[in-house]
Design a protein around this ligand. Sequence first.
Ligand SMILES: Cc1ncc(C[n+]2csc(CCOP(=O)(O)OP(=O)(O)O)c2C)c(N)n1
Ligand code: SF4
Ligand SMILES: [Mg+2]
Length: 348
Amino acid sequence: MSSTTAPRPKNLNRLGLAMADYKGAPSTLCSGCGHDAVTSQIIKAFYEMGVHPSQVAKMSGIGCSSKSPAYFLSTAFGFNGVHGRMPSTATGAVLANRQLLCIGVSGDGDTVAIGMGQFCHLLRRNVPMIYVIENNGVYGLTKGQFSPTADLGTQQKSGIVNDLPAMDVCSLGIELGCNYVARSFAGDPKQLVALLKGAISHKGTALLDVISPCVTFNNHDASMKSYKWAKDHEELLHQIDFIPHFEPIQSVDYAEGQVIDVEMRDGSHIRLHKTDRTFNPTNKQEALRLLHESRESNEFLTGLLYVNPQSKDFVELLDLVDEPLALLPENKLRPKREVLDEIMREFL
Ligand SMILES: Cc1ncc(C[n+]2csc(CCOP(=O)(O)OP(=O)(O)O)c2C)c(N)n1
Ligand code: SF4
Ligand SMILES: [Mg+2]
């Protein structure tokens, strides 16, 4: 007897869930804020990848950006921590339940001002999570002061000029051992959703630096984190396709050297179509050189800057048991009475 599988209704994903199941509360951010555009792509990426919201932990610190997790995946776990301390709460959550897919949303202030120390240690440990920086070059929530990612020479609306050099979170991420480092733009949904899907597939910390303009305090003509500046200066390193492990890889032939195909550990593929630049994102030195050059020439490069899908993440390095620590029963956690007595006798 032959069995036939009913075709899946078009608007449902492989779990049978609709896009609406991936939404959150209505946003309270300013209308047009880049952070809301990033939220929409997070919803789309998790929906299309068929990740169940109940398997996700959403983490954040403080800032307009850090409010974003309230606006997606309303049935996921979530924790809104202290300013700059999201990495330590995320590390704790991941260690307590290694089966959850963790996504943190932070701001440039939350990450590289007050949170710099925690951010560095998260990357050094390769904690398995997606770390999105919604980068607008200012502290939006506290009315638009320059953050450490504000570009040299950029101006506030009042005319104050930033005379300090910007910190480059992508170079920093690569230096600190992060194995998935990408830069994108809130106004480039296609690229952003592909990079988010790659991040979902990556084992280890996946860092996404997303230029996300603050329309209220930093979107004027003299700003270098405005929609206009980013649109005028965006240089795509490559066109990106993401082919999830549960979909067949299209067997279209590409001319030799035109495509770089990166296979992720879960069997998904990131396919990078070359633009004018010759660039191999699996070469760390090349990525750092490119970032350094682009800083010198004021270029805004977007795409996958560095990837090493084979890295061991924190959970693997610690050799944690497969069963989530949070779910281990007491008889597995507590040594037997006789064992404890034996230990005590050793101290006599
Ligand atoms: C310990 C502490 N210091 C300072 C503040 C004030 N504060 C709140 S949000 C913020 C900066 C937010 O900037 P960013 O992380 O870039 O987020 P954005 O609002 O720009 O999205 C600051 C300084 C605070 N809440 N807690
Ligand atoms: S102040 Fe800026 S960052 Fe904050 S919600 Fe408004 S536009 Fe977005
Ligand atoms: Mg900011």
